[in-house]
Design a protein around this ligand. Structure first.
Ligand code: FES
Length: 222
């Protein structure tokens, strides 16, 4: 399958309620955060006041507050409170640019606002996390490396420019590529079916070994 405009930005399990994290998508800084009700949000990682990264800020309930001067933004990206001017009705123009955000297959996805959710309908609703893997490769090269050396007992059953699915005994592994910046990719890996701790541990070891071998190859070639 292809996931069209939706881009993976993190494993769901890595962004707990009340936390935020910064990431890169095609070289652009993004903040991924989860409010106290469990909803995920993906925004530009830049406060409209003086440009501080929002990912350095604090999630408080359904707001995120900038670390620098404490301006507070609601889930729509709208600034609602400026501590230095507590009585000010904050102008509507003070707003962080936002993206559509959702979760499927144990992964947080972002897309331009208004993107059709149906594009992700082929994915499982939930999945268990394995790990994310940061590689000094393009997305295509990273996924080719996966299909060239899958874990023992698994075989690729589908691949697309942005995803690979591996099938093992009662286990389906979903791997999707996040293009971070030129030549760097994050692979997010989740599993459905037999999601026992032993299965996931074996997959973590395979993924870590894959990264180590790719890094060793890159060192040799340099
Ligand atoms: S830079 Fe964010 S509140 Fe000032």
């Amino acid at each position: 399958m292809t996931t069209t405009s939706w881009i993976p930005v993190a494993l769901s399990a890595d962004i707990e309620a009340g936390t935020s994290a910064g990431t890169l998508v095609n070289g652009e800084e993004r903040v991924v955060w989860r409010d106290d009700k469990g909803a995920v949000h993906v925004w530009e990682d830049r406060c409209p006041h003086r440009g501080m990264r929002m990912s350095f800020g604090f999630v408080r309930g359904d707001h995120i507050a900038c670390l620098y001067h404490g301006w507070r933004y609601d889930t729509g990206g709208q600034c609602r409170y400026i501590p230095a001017h507590p009585d000010l009705e904050v102008p509507q123009t003070i707003k962080v640019p936002t993206f559509a955000a959702t979760e499927r297959a144990g992964i947080i996805w972002m897309a331009p606002e208004g993107t059709d959710m149906a594009d992700l309908s082929g994915l499982s609703e939930t999945a268990e996390p394995v790990r994310s893997l940061l590689l000094d490769l393009s997305a295509n090269a990273a996924l080719l490396a996966v299909t060239a050396a899958p874990p023992e007992g698994y075989r690729p059953v589908s691949s697309a420019p942005d995803t690979v699915t591996l099938q093992g005994n009662d286990v389906t592994v979903f791997i999707v590529a996040q293009p971070r910046d030129a030549g760097r990719t994050a692979l997010h890996i989740t599993v459905t079916g037999d999601t026992s701790a032993a299965t996931r541990r074996a997959l973590v070891l395979w993924a870590t070994d894959l990264r180590n071998r790719l890094e060793a190859q890159a060192m040799e070639a340099a």
